[in-house]
Design a protein around this ligand. Sequence first.
Ligand code: NAP
Length: 276
Amino acid sequence: MEQRLFGRTGIRVPVIGQGTWLLEKDRAQAVTALRRGFDLGMTHIDTAEMYGSGAVEEIVGEAIAGRRDEVFLVSKVVPQNASRQGTIRACERSLRRLGTDSLDCYLLHWPGNHPLAETIAAFEHLTRDGKIKRWGVSNFDEEDLEEVVRLAGPGRVACNQVLYHLGERAIEHYVLPACERHGVAVVGYSPFGQGRFKPPRVLDEIARARGAPPRQVALAFLTRHPVTFAIPKAGQIAHVEENAGAGALRLTDEEIRRIDQAFPAGRPRRRSLPTL
Ligand code: NAP
């Protein structure tokens, strides 16, 4: 599993991690699947207080019990809770459900109505208290990102987690370059379009030639840029195992060109990132 620097944090994180949205449906299988992922190097775990209204954080807590040191653990505060005090209380609730005393990264799930400066103040407070190691944002477009960097100062925003799959490459126009400019890692969520992904012909052809499944080719494409990471969610062990294999797959320039042609990045738009 390739690891790469996570923005300017100085920490190396696996390029392929594990999402956890909707993982609450089969708790025992979810725990086994996550642990299988850890064994294969997918130790970047993305969760959120919102997922299963806290139930998913409890599942993640069970999966990381006894293995906390192996894991880069990320959770998120919903914007409604992201006031100065609300963020701190939400983080403490997440820590209890996860059975840990600190998060590796804590994100604002999407831009909301509480002043961003308050959320940042709470994140910095939590960092000083050792409850989070670093913080970031999610679903921030270029303008939102410029604003959070302006308020927080350089080098404070670890990542921006955004929608990114072959059918939705909007971030490549402005968000990804802005993240790169500011040393912010780009974590692509829903890399399989939330399960709607159907491997098209060009991926099948590349996959056959490389002896790799088409979804590995898709993940390799989405992580071809050195600031990007992907966090597919898989409740089934066979899927976990397949996804982990993408962490060692490097596409050639010609393969990238063919995929780029088949799935064009679309028209540039600066504002309002698409979300699922
Ligand atoms: P996704 O990862 O694009 O797709 C998940 C679906 O793909 C599941 O149905 C899964 O099936 C299936 N799948 C996974 N690997 C597969 C494989 N190798 N072969 C066939 N099917 C496979 O969708 P997502 O859950 O929306 O996104 C991933 C993660 O990103 C989330 O879980 C969450 O952590 C994060 N996310 C963040 C935001 C945000 O606003 N920040 C929004 C959405 C998602 P099984 O489960 O049956 O294995």
